[in-house]
Design a protein around this ligand. Sequence first.
Ligand code: ADP
Ligand code: MG
Length: 699
Amino acid sequence: MPAPKRKPATSAKTAKPVANKIADKFARLGLRSDMDLVLHLPMRYEDETQIVPIREAGFMVGHPAQVEGVVTSCDVQFRPRRQLVVTIEDASGPLVMRFLNFYGSQTRQLAIGTRVRARGEVRHGFFGDEMVHPAYKIVLEGAPLPTVLTPVYPSGEGLSQAILRKAIANAMARVDWRDTLSEPLLASLALTPFEPAVRLLHNPPPDVDENALADRSHPAWVRMKFDELLAQQLSLKRAQVARRAKGANALPVIGALSAAFLHTLPFALTGAQQRVLTEIRADLRESFPMQRLLQGDVGSGKTVVAALAAAQAIDSGYQAVLMAPTEILADQHFRKIAAWMAPLGVGVAWLTGSLKKKEKADAQERIESGAAQLVIGTHALIQEGVQFAKLGVVIVDEQHRFGVGQRLALRNKGLGTTTSLDGAHTVPHQLMMSATPIPRTLAMTYYADLEVSVIDELPPGRTPIMTRVIDQNRRDEVIERVHAAALEGRQVYWVCPLIEESEALQLQTATDTHATLMAALPDLRVGLVHGRLKPAEKQDVMDAFTRGEIHLLVATTVIEVGVDVPNASLMVIEHAERFGLSQLHQLRGRVGRGSAASVCLLLYQSPLGPIAKQRLATIRETTDGFEIARRDLEIRGPGEFLGARQSGQAMLRFADLETDQWLVEKARTVAQALLRDDPQTVEQHLARWLGGREEFLKV
Ligand code: ADP
Ligand code: MG
């Protein structure tokens, strides 16, 4: 066969991008295989099975209705703006269809005398009843109505319902419908078989219970939710088993360093700290990697526990690394922990992105040689491809602040995955810390692969923080209060409003606020810290504040996590209505760290929307991080809560963790049994429901 010349090559080239474009659009919805399409279930249904008289539709304001009539006028009008206005009529009366965007061809398509079926919400317009942008089609008199509900699928740009419907119907003709679950299992769980459930959801029969379809309590939906949850549980449990099968270096020695460190602490551990320490110590002795989440409310004392985990690694002859999400926090850990450890003869290194080349090289050198036993830094630790001599434990502070990608990198590329002398791969133990507690339902699903320890007690001697919500127009009184507090020797944070749209604007506001407060409080020393300062400058300001040389620190959210200055006891947050709940909780956690009674003043700009109102009420009523997380989940829903828009595919599509809790429990039990007894079913079920997406669930 002769080699194709120019022409065919070009036509192949032009044909391909078109096909790819459609495939890309499907791929963007996560639809790659036939089974993906079959499991792309309707998000709702439209009832096109009935036609109501136009006059009757007029009484259904705010509800969708389908009417049918003949066009009696069709005009392009120019006031108040260009629009197509079409009147249709049936025996009961007229209705206006209004199109603000339209094609020229529509004026011909909707010529007088044409019969139209239109579906939309009727509203009472200036010229009588009307539908704005109704869905419509041209029909012949007596054209049959659909007898079933019309599915509406989640869609993306450029994918019409018609294209989706067709692709799904084609896929349904091709897939392997065999049930992944056995008949006895289905019977024991009272679940509908797979094929009829899926078919019903795509093409609901005329007599279907519409309410049960809409609120997803229909047995067909229940089956889908169960399958989805089961896939998630199987995947997570398997990840756990796989992790346990990997080797880790056992860190069995709780020796001289641990003892000396505990001895130098100016306080005794709380009961809760003691308990979680016992759990962590036991994990570190194992020769499979620990994967533990340490939860404890803001100020509960997680850092000491982390330092003791590091001490165990060092006592056992290994290195420990502590990674923090911001430079300020990494710096604070470095000073604090280095001050604890260095006198005990521990080699400490510090690595962040802002180090000079030479300093970085030095740090890397000491890490590689093992001279640095304890390494503290930011995510630069992952980026710089740092090689450890003998890494025993990785500690991640404020782990929820790291992006999904960073967490994956940390877990999969295995910061410090090492090959031991006998050639076996080992991964380090991992301790993740977070002050944002995960509600039980989420812990059971998204974090099922983690062991969880909880510090549920604050160190003694703390006085609870009093929170007040104050209208922005009383700002002058607040400034007066700041003045009085500073004269009493208390230190104050003033948090500038969050401006999400623009970092430049945020910076401007911070500088302006700083200037105004300096002018208003000439006898106080007022500092400013924000994200654009060079790390060294940030450090200088934070140091001066820590030493008590600054009365009032104006700050952006850079101080949100971890910052620990016990003498600070008053916090003002401007435009508190713009912050999320957990952010407010974190910010407020910067005060109430010492013995002085602390106050947090939340300034808001009225009028407040309902969600902002709810948030501010919650933060005023409680300082309990778990309660706040629970309400946050209620207000925002699990997707938002996890910040999981990034991890998209990992989200449950059908099951709702709040209402389907009972199904989660069932799925968990079944997952355990299947993993034990029936690996083939496990494979089939995962292939059907997750395809290649399993990776995302492990983040
Ligand atoms: P977080 O859990 O928010 O990270 P930190 O570890 O920063 O909390 O601890 C908050 C403060 O409490 C620090 O100043 C720390 O030294 C102090 N602290 C920790 N544990 C105790 C304890 N058992 N008794 C008294 N103070 C403690
Ligand atoms: Mg902390």
